[in-house]
Design a protein around this ligand. Structure first.
Ligand code: NAP
Length: 335
């Protein structure tokens, strides 16, 4: 019998999630049946969608997210003891998983890709769901061309930091918005963004006009709200907007969401294309995306910064810290 621990969400979050919304539950795992695998979590992800999806999931529920686990026992010859896999088992230290079709394809386990020596933790970051989000969400929807101007919001986070670097690989000029001067410096000095802007200070409209005097061709939107309205209203004819998320309002009351400047005039007169996506839609192409991401990280073209919190007992703090903007790059917990 293996003793396991998991975080159960007991209450729907009101505003910023609270520690009392979770319960840490200890339970015993049953012996493995045919095809089952026992995994010990090594790296657990904390992501904005854990906040965004909360209202839609009936409570209580086990807190989901991606994790990299080490196989400790196995009744599936494809996953031998000592190998690693990615599952959507989330905030638990031990779990039993099975490689089978799931109603939500995102929940199917998979083996780590050939990392060519890169660390397994990246499989919940740049070489996992967030990396694929940047790769497909930007390239497939924005369809950037060399020489174009790209703006990314949430630019210092897991997805945004990769989108900006992928845009540089495509030969674009890149402007990133982030929430502190230190983050802005990091974007410019470490990640090679052409310009970083702090969305919390100064006149954002004016600063963006100065940074993008020829207008904006592509916008990768991680945050939504007024900042996105300002950016979209400065776009060039036939510009493309990829809507990835709207973290600026995830902690707001859904019945009283903030209002932002109208977009329709810009959409009409500039003939803009605006498209949202969910990374799970691209699941059939994940393998191909992972190969490319490994190649870029390995070659140094993509810097995959991780913001590591140590300890299973600190998952909640890591989650809240990420929502508050403590992370540079991918927020991840080392178990
Ligand atoms: N569509 C999809 O399939 C998909 C998949 C993955 C992620 N996403 C979305 O992509 C976005 C980024 O996710 P991520 O995993 O890369 O998270 P992340 O950017 O690593 O972390 C969240 C960041 O959001 C910023 N933030 C917090 N409150 C904000 C506010 N009020 N206004 C503007 N920024 C704020 C913080 O940075 P600052 O210090 O800069 O404020 C924080 O670091 C989220 O909206 C997420 O929901 C969508």
């Amino acid at each position: 019998m293996v003793k396991a621990r998991k975080y159960v969400v007991k209450k729907h979050f009101q505003g910023v999630p609270k520690k009392e919304d979770f319960e840490l539950v200890e339970h015993e795992l049953p012996p493995l049946k045919d095809g089952e695998i026992l995994v010990k979590a090594e790296w657990i992800s904390v992501d904005p969608y854990l906040r965004a999806y909360n209202a839609n999931v009936p409570v209580p529920y086990d807190q989901f997210s991606y994790q990299v686990g080490l196989v400790k026992d196995s009744k599936d010859p494809n996953y031998p003891v000592g190998s690693r896999l990615v599952s959507h088992k989330g905030w638990c230290d031990y779990a039993i998983v099975k490689d089978e079709e799931m109603p939500n394809p995102a929940e199917r386990i998979y083996k780590l890709p050939d990392l060519k020596g890169l660390p397994p933790s990246l499989c919940v970051g740049a070489i996992g769901m967030p990396g694929l989000t940047a790769y497909f969400g930007f390239l497939e929807i924005c369809k950037p061309k060399a020489g174009e101007t790209v703006v990314v919001s949430g630019a210092a986070g897991a997805v945004g930091s990769l989108v900006g670097q992928i845009a540089k690989i495509q030969g674009c000029k890149v402007i990133g918005f982030a929430g502190s001067d230190d983050k802005v410096t990091w974007l410019e000095k470490e990640l090679g963004f052409d310009k970083g802007l702090n969305y919390k200070t100064g006149d954002v409209t004016k600063a963006l006009k100065e940074a993008a005097p020829k207008g904006i061709d592509c916008y990768f939107d991680n945050v939504g709200g007024e900042l996105s309205s300002i950016i979209i209203n400065q776009m060039n004819a036939k510009g493309r907007v990829s809507v990835c998320g709207s973290i600026s309002s995830y902690n707001d009351d859904p019945t009283k969401l903030p209002k932002a400047t109208l977009l329709q005039p810009a959409l009409v007169f500039k003939r803009l294309t605006i498209q949202g996506f969910i990374i799970w839609d691209y699941k059939p192409q994940w393998e191909e995306g992972l190969v490319k991401l490994v190649e870029w990280v390995k070659s140094g073209q993509l810097k995959a910064k991780e913001h590591v919190t140590e300890g299973f007992e600190n998952l909640f703090d890591a989650f809240i810290g990420m929502l508050a903007g403590e992370n540079y790059g991918k927020a991840v917990v080392k178990v």
